[in-house]
Design a protein around this ligand. Structure first.
Ligand SMILES: [Fe+2]
Length: 465
């Protein structure tokens, strides 16, 4: 496995990853943005264009006004899951038209990539509008690679994708959430710095570039729960801001990996003193109440919540039960989550605590959203009881698919959208991770469905105005 990884790392370093850059054609109404790849190694020009492969199409994100596409060009055909051969430099075109316009596809973006990897966001689109699209290199359509982008009604298959509906009323605020940072996790790095540290640093700078000064990190912050990893996490995060002031942490199962039992010395807490095992926190994000629950426990990957933490949570929630509240814990909660994840119920919050939590939320109708990580994939989970919040799992920050989730809140509801961290080295690392982990099968599990990566929920949020 490690030899294979070494080979592929070389291939990817010589051919690799990176992002489209070059001349963007002026278009109306859409405009496009790409990421500068000047620092990344160049791929050769193809020897025979006809033999090249244009693949790995992913329609990653839709917002109310934008669509993000990603694909790559390779020297020769390869299977969908084994490490590919070298990438080749290529052109990129995105063609787009509203489905109901009756107009033919129009080229809204054209660029060149010296690295054979394209990551393009088309902006300035209309909300709640179905678009037909075509992504092309060498005049050929990019095909999906992952099986899970080739099924059902995924945009990669239908060739159409809908921008999100924009909730009514004024825009209020954006909340940025990351999870599964896994500082110290094994795996090849594309550069000299450890790859997970690169992914986290890049994610934090991209969140900041978007004008957001606060980030929530929902568990599996350190891969082995080691003291050195926690220190590294603190080093990386302190470039973003201050602990529990600008960046807020929630413990995950991996963060207790270095503890034998709950009373063992706790390396994570040594670095982050407010994070005693099974201790919740509450903070105000403007008028929004945000609560972080610690569902981790030494010696298990499953989740639990102690009676003491439940009592504290109950006290906080019932002090103002109608206050709009976002809750996060690392472990998914509901029966839907239990039955649709690879590890089933033993991998998530135990059934008893799941029911107790949901019953508590029934008494606090202000809780509108419960965010989880842990599975590294995006998945909306149905509640087991009526009247509860929306439950959802979010994609991983460091391992594939590599990014963060934004919740844009309006008076009439909110959107939830996954964004791949679009900075040169992080994209290059993610392009390698796509093939590196479990021969790509891990990627099949985590790429998720479009409807889970990006969605709108209508709900009265005007109290946050
Ligand atoms: Fe994780």
């Amino acid at each position: 496995m490690s030899e294979k990884l070494a080979i592929s790392r070389r291939q990817l370093l010589t051919g690799a990853a990176a992002v489209a850059v070059g001349t963007t054609l002026a278009t109306t109404p859409a405009t496009a943005s790409t990421v500068n790849n000047a620092v990344l190694p160049k791929a050769p020009r193809p020897q025979d264009v006809k033999k090249t492969l244009v693949t790995d199409l992913e329609v990653l994100s839709a917002t109310t006004t934008s669509l993000t596409f990603s694909w790559g060009t390779f020297e020769r055909p390869h299977t969908d899951h084994l490490f590919p051969g070298d990438r080749v430099a290529s052109d990129a075109e995105v063609w787009l038209t509203p489905v109901n316009s009756g107009k033919p596809l129009k080229c809204v973006h054209r660029s060149k990539s010296d690295t054979g990897f394209h990551f393009i966001t088309i902006t300035g689109l209309k909300p709640d509008t179905e678009y037909r699209f075509s992504c092309r290199s060498f005049g050929r359509e990019a095909e999906p690679g992952f099986w899970f982008t080739q099924v059902f009604n995924e945009p990669e298959v239908t060739g159409t994708v809908r921008t999100l509906a924009r909730p009514k009323g004024r825009y209020i605020q954006t909340v940025a959430i990351s999870n599964d940072l896994h500082i110290g996790k094994e795996g090849d790095s594309v550069g000299k710095t450890h790859w997970a540290s690169v992914m986290v640093a890049a994610m934090l700078s991209e969140v900041k570039r978007r004008g957001l000064t606060r980030i929530y990190a929902n568990g599996d912050l350190c891969d082995h729960g080691k003291y050195e990893e926690a220190k590294e996490l603190r080093r990386v995060c302190s470039k973003f801001g201050d602990y529990q002031k600008d960046y807020f942490l929630v413990r995950g199962n991996h963060d207790a990996y270095d503890m034998e039992k709950p009373t063992s010395p706790d390396p994570f807490q040594k670095v982050f003193p407010k994070h005693k095992l099974q201790t919740m926190w509450v903070t105000q994000d403007k008028k929004l109440r945000v609560i972080g629950i610690d569902s981790s426990w030494p010696g298990t990957d499953g989740g639990r919540i102690t009676d003491a933490q439940f009592k504290e949570l109950e006290k906080v929630l019932l002090s103002d039960p109608n206050k709009p509240t976002l809750v996060m814990a690392h472990h998914p909660v509901t029966e839907h989550a239990a039955r649709t994840n690879g590890g089933q119920r033993p991998f998530i919050l135990n059934r008893k605590d799941s029911m107790r939590l949901q019953q508590l939320f029934q008494k606090a109708p202000g809780v509108f959203f419960m965010a989880a990580g842990h599975t590294h994939r995006a998945h909306r989970d149905a509640a087991d009881l009526p009247g509860g919040p929306q439950y959802a799992q979010f994609c991983a920050t460091s391992p594939y698919p590599g990014g963060f989730t934004l919740m844009d809140i309006y008076e009439g509801g909110y959107t939830v959208t996954f964004h791949r961290t679009a900075m040169g080295q992080a994209l290059q690392q993610t392009a390698m991770n796509r093939y590196a982990m479990g021969y790509g099968f891990y990627g099949e599990y985590t790429i998720s469905r479009m409807r889970d990566r990006a969605f709108t929920v209508l709900r009265d949020m005007s109290a946050l105005r």
